[in-house]
Design a protein around this ligand. Sequence first.
Ligand SMILES: [Zn+2]
Length: 129
Amino acid sequence: MIDLQAKAIAMGFPADIRWECRPQWQRLYVVQDGMCFYCDCGLLKESHGGPQSHAVGGQRPFTRDHVMPVAWRGRTQENNKVLACEPCNQAKGDSYPTLEMAKRLVRQCKRLGLEPPSWCHRLLIEAAA
Ligand SMILES: [Zn+2]
């Protein structure tokens, strides 16, 4: 995880916070390269997704999203959470994740050192069948 810590510092996050102790959104931001999970647009690091936030210089405020929506019994754990821009979050709503989203989430969980949620494997197995 030391490479991610170095990357977090290079991205302007405080150097005196260890990787494991960083707020969840910072870890997601670093692992997602500061981009929306769904459309890869740039996200504002300073944003906390509040309604008063506006896009600045082409970067959008981030929101937190559950890839498997809570409405579909998605868990509120780190391996199901991503940072997304507001338009993507709105567009996705409570819709069921696509295969591409499952693939992305598996990659992201690996980078975070987390076990991907079991529904990711189910989607991948169904797609391969
Ligand atoms: Zn987006």
